[in-house]
Design a protein around this ligand. Structure first.
Ligand SMILES: [Zn+2]
Length: 437
């Protein structure tokens, strides 16, 4: 326990500085990991609405809040992060509209992960799995099917209800950090596996979050973290994955000292195709961790070779993003001038960054279509483009469909293959605006 207490104390140091950030705009914002002052600008996307703050039609005349969306890199630990001035409560509220359990590609990914984890870590009915940011329980359901005890942790109460009603997944409604970890430890002990898929980036106080894993993880347990890899973001100009709710954009190089600060070591890493190229890290207590697998040093070397330990590689990104904006605007405006119709497909957070940054409104996209019935009938934040059911694409028969969740490209092209009947074509905005033939 002495060790854990020491780690917690250390965790509070940088975290205390970070607490000033959400509500104020300090002259020199500090790195949310190591506390150094932030320097180089990585991308400045201007004022943006909160990307998941969908607007009800009756509220459309009421106005919305816009916040600066500027991402910088820490030149001490190389963590790319938002220079954020928003309180996290703004992002998560009771009717949080994001249910990620709808894409078939994603469900297949979750099912495969559960099977892989059960085998790799020898999980059984005596084990305990905890998932942080478990949403509607769509991942944990695969552990429930195998009768492995599990618990979700998620701040959205409505997601927790769906998780129980539909998947019999129990959820503790809370943000995860040292306080929640200590409470869960007292209530039901340590966990053999803690899963944190696509949540690390969403955490404002990243030190307190990681310190929570140190508390809740069994001495021989493993924590698994998935996150979009900044190297792919840079290589493929995936600037639209930047939004206020994504506080950090990690590399392996940036995460290593963060975990080490809290007595945890990265022991293995896998490359994933999800979200345009992600990493899955396996992390264990430093005291029991084996030597890191070869892939860890391979990916680290790749990051260094790509320039991720020098400010230059980061600084070049902003100009590329602005060039992409112009190219997409020219493509869409030219099509409109030629009397071609374009509609959107999908209403993901990344679509809202793209459309707001590029200034694309209802004059170009009369609507976008999304399979989620939770989103249909609402308007996209900022642009107020209406969200309709996918069937409406077939009624409208547009010449082009702008694909907003480009990470689901293959799945969407299969679902909407019917648009070819009237000569309809797809446009992908990233890595460069392109009409797919
Ligand atoms: Zn730093």
């Amino acid at each position: 326990m002495t060790l854990i207490r020491a780690q917690q104390t250390e965790a509070r140091r940088p975290a205390a500085a970070a607490k000033l950030e959400p509500h104020h705009a300090p002259a020199h914002p500090a790195c949310r990991s190591c506390g150094a002052p932030l320097g180089t600008v990585f991308a400045d996307l201007g004022p943006m609405p909160v990307s998941n703050a969908f607007v009800r039609p009756e509220q459309a005349a009421g106005g919305e809040k816009f916040y600066p969306l500027k991402v910088c890199v820490c030149e001490r630990c190389w963590l790319v992060q938002t220079e954020n001035h928003m309180a996290p409560e703004t992002h998560f509220h009771d009717d949080y509209a994001y249910f990620s359990g709808y894409s078939e590609t994603w469900l297949a990914h979750c099912r495969a992960f559960a099977a892989h984890a059960v085998e790799r870590f020898g999980l059984n009915s005596q084990s305990r799995v905890v998932e942080i940011a478990s949403n509607d329980g769509h991942l944990l359901q695969y552990f429930v099917h195998r009768r492995i005890p599990c618990l979700g942790v998620d701040p959205a109460a409505n997601c927790a209800k769906v998780a129980w009603d539909e998947h019999r997944v129990r959820t503790d409604v809370a943000f995860f950090g040292t306080r929640t970890a200590a409470r869960l430890l007292e209530q039901s002990g340590t966990a053999d596996l803690i899963v944190a898929n696509n949540v690390l980036a969403h955490v404002p106080d990243i030190n307190d979050f990681v310190a929570g894993f140190k508390i809740l993880l069994k001495p021989e347990g493993t924590a698994s973290f998935e996150f979009p890899h900044i190297l792919e973001l840079i290589r493929n100009s995936q600037f639209d994955t930047i939004y206020h709710e994504h506080y950090s954009y990690p590399s392996l190089i940036a995460l290593k000292p963060l975990f080490r600060r809290h007595g945890l070591d990265i022991v293995d890493v896998e490359r994933l195709q999800t979200h345009g190229g992600s990493l899955r890290l396996y992390v264990r207590h430093a005291e029991t961790a084996a030597a890191a697998g070869r892939t860890v040093s391979e990916i680290e070397a790749e990051e260094v070779a790509a320039g991720l330990t020098s400010a230059k590689a980061y600084a070049a990104f902003d100009a590329r993003v602005h060039a992409l904006k112009q190219a997409l605007r020219i493509l869409l405006i030219d099509l409109t001038h030629a009397n071609k119709t374009v509609v959107g497909y999908g209403a993901p957070a990344k679509g809202n960054t793209l459309l707001n940054f590029c200034g694309i409104g209802t004059d170009i996209l009369p609507f976008t279509a999304d399979r989620s019935t939770h989103k249909q009938g609402l308007l996209l934040p900022g642009t107020h483009i209406p969200i309709r059911a996918p069937e409406e694409i077939f009624a409208f028969r547009p010449d082009f469909v702008l694909m907003l969740p480009w990470n689901l490209r293959e799945e969407i092209m299969t679902q909407l293959a019917g648009i070819r009947a009237w000569g309809g074509k797809f446009i992908v905005p990233v890595p460069w605006p392109t009409v797919l033939d």
